[in-house]
Design a protein around this ligand. Structure first.
Ligand code: NG1
Length: 567
């Protein structure tokens, strides 16, 4: 078997990013999400389903061997959860517009087995990490007294996650919470002596999703952790991909991330060779969109660390507020009704503008046409959000409040009291224009893929790849100039990618650093990487082995799964 050097970096940045309370939780998913979590008992089948069998085999074997060395016995399960690339639809999930991510090959693997020594406390965990800088941790869930809103005394599970000082095992604990709360509730009955307790577990973690690069390693970590605790406690039966996605979204809130659901859905529900259309309104739903044959996506790390937590007040969280205030101001200027205390999203304003039925427009041709039509009207209306000054520097706080149609106190309560942001000028016009135009590009991208899937002709696919590339370029331009979530290095990397033969190239994920994703012809992959390596200044001194973790091709991969050791 070929030996390979393993990259075991795990993204453990704390992300105190605040999204508006989403209307998407606890709502049904589409068909793809009704499927059960794949559980494998044959490694051959597993590797062939994952593709790129040789690399996977080495990593899975190494992990199983390391587990045996560490704990003196074989693991009972290995859970896998991939990172994700967002192909198009940036900074629009929190405005509740559909996005098109795909799972990538880099992933988090967690091996586990029930503990066998002494008499450990219920649910006790020994957590080890293959990367030496992540120290081994031991913890056990405690039963904590708390009082609910209606003054009922409750017992809750407590794993003591310190959100101000997150460690790698905080993400393991985040996944564990959901399993404890859902399957071991501390009701009167469950506290009785006959109630089953969570079993004590040894686990070992490894990962290849690069940190700080917009590839969602935190979501992958939480999904893998949730899966491993489900598996070892015998609770996988009946857990669908939709349920796991919901659990992972809830669980990730434990580490301070109130995310929109794109990352978790992509990590769990993705299927090979497809992107996943994830929409959030009026309910969270996800459906695979087949990608044209010969579509290869290449991720290139700008090597600028995306420090989202540090800059959240002036970047990510500010985009959230500007987008919400933009929705309110747009509705006000177009005469669309919004209740005074309602924190309406742009997707909802577009729906109201187009007379959307309560159940929402469906994903039929007609439904999508209605959404497009209303998006076009809203986009035209967004011109009214300009400040009117020659330099278009945005709106002052007072001007923004005036545009909202609310009084200052109400505006503050609805838009600023729950989130920490800082700005002299608020860019309602630019952000709104970005969100609405990007939402249209997602629908265009989806339509091109569907058209190509319906026609096997080579020429159609070549045309499709060019059209997709053009949409990715337009998205990059909008991210750069309207959303302003790029940086000079990402702009340069995307330009160099186009010069190296990409159909299109754009930032993926939150931005301000991290990765670009480029659509490259299958027969051009090696030449593309060689040229990018020669032209992007930060790659100059990087060796042949290391570059493989920095610029790499990834075909959309399958979502999370579990391998069960049967002997
Ligand atoms: P990344 O780059 O994975 O942190 C973030 C958000 C997404 C989405 C994108 C921008 C989290 C966990 N994820 O992605 O929901 O808003 O930015 O499109 O906050």
């Amino acid at each position: 078997m070929r030996s390979t050097r393993l990259c075991t970096r795990i993204n453990i940045w704390p992300l105190p990013l605040l999204l508006p309370p989403s209307s998407s939780s606890h709502l049904p998913f589409s068909m793809a999400a009704q499927e059960p979590i794949p559980i494998y008992t044959s490694l051959d089948k597993l590797y062939s389903d994952l593709g790129n069998a040789a690399t996977h085999a080495v990593r899975w074997n190494n992990l199983a061997e390391a587990f045996e060395k560490q704990f003196g016995r074989k693991p009972a399960y290995i859970a896998r959860a991939p990172g994700r690339v967002n192909l198009i639809g940036e900074h629009i999930d929190y405005a509740l517009f559909g996005v098109l991510p795909a799972a990538i090959e880099p992933d988090i693997l967690i091996a586990c087995a029930p503990q066998t020594t002494a008499i450990p406390s219920p649910g006790h965990v020994h957590a080890h990490n293959l990367q030496p800088q992540y120290k081994a941790r031991s913890f056990a869930p405690m039963r904590r007294d708390s009082v609910s809103e209606d003054h009922v005394h409750l017992k809750e599970w407590d794993l003591a996650i310190n959100r101000r000082e997150l460690h790698w095992e905080s993400y393991v604990k985040a996944g564990y919470y959901g399993v404890l709360n859902r399957f071991f509730p501390l009701t009167e009955v469950a506290r009785s002596e006959i109630a089953p307790a969570p079993i004590p577990v040894d686990l070992l973690v490894t990962g290849t999703v690069p940190a700080g690069s917009g590839l969602s390693s935190s979501a992958a970590m939480v999904v893998a952790s949730t899966l491993v605790f489900l598996a070892v406690n015998g609770k996988l039966d009946g857990v669908t991909k939709g349920t796991l996605t919901e659990m992972a979204m809830e669980n990730e809130k434990r580490v301070g991330v109130n995310s929109g659901g794109m990352d978790q859905a992509a990590s769990v529900i993705s299927t090979p060779a497809s992107a996943l259309y994830v929409s959030f309104f009026p309910k969270l739903s996800a459906s695979p969109i087949p990608l044209p044959s010969h579509a290869v996506f290449i991720l290139a790390n700008s090597l600028v660390m995306s420090e989202k937590a540090v800059h959240a007040r002036t970047r990510y969280n500010l985009r959230v507020v500007e987008t919400l205030a933009g929705a309110r101001a747009l509705a006000h200027s177009l005469g669309v009704h919004v209740g005074p205390k309602e924190r309406v999203t742009l997707r909802e304003v577009v729906g109201r503008l187009g007379g959307e039925p309560e159940a929402g427009w469906d994903e039929s041709e007609e439904g999508i046409a209605s959404l497009r039509d209303a998006l076009g009207k809203a986009l035209a209306g967004a011109e009214a959000l300009k400040s009117g000054r020659p330099d278009e520097e945005g709106l002052t706080m007072d001007e923004m409040v005036a545009r909202s149609g609310l009084g200052a106190a109400d505006f503050h309560e609805v838009y600023l009291s729950w989130i920490d942001v800082e700005a002299t000028y608020f860019q309602l016009h630019k952000r709104t224009k970005h969100v609405l135009s990007e939402a249209l590009r997602v629908l265009d991208f989806r339509a091109v893929c569907q058209r190509a899937a319906a026609d096997a002709a080579e020429l159609v696919h070549e045309t499709a790849l060019k059209e997709l590339g053009a949409l990715m370029d337009a998205s990059m331009e909008s991210c750069s100039t309207l959303c302003e979530c790029s940086c000079p290095e990402l702009d340069l990397l995307a330009r160099l990618a186009r010069e190296a033969g990409a159909y299109g190239s754009r930032v993926t994920g939150a931005g301000w650093g991290g990765c670009t994703v480029s659509l490259v012809p299958e027969d051009r992959v090696e030449g593309f990487i060689t040229q990018l390596r020669a032209t992007y200044p930060a790659y100059k001194d990087i060796g042949d082995e290391d570059i493989k973790e920095i610029v790499f091709a990834t075909k959309p991969s399958s979502g999370a799964c579990v391998y069960e050791f049967t002997e």
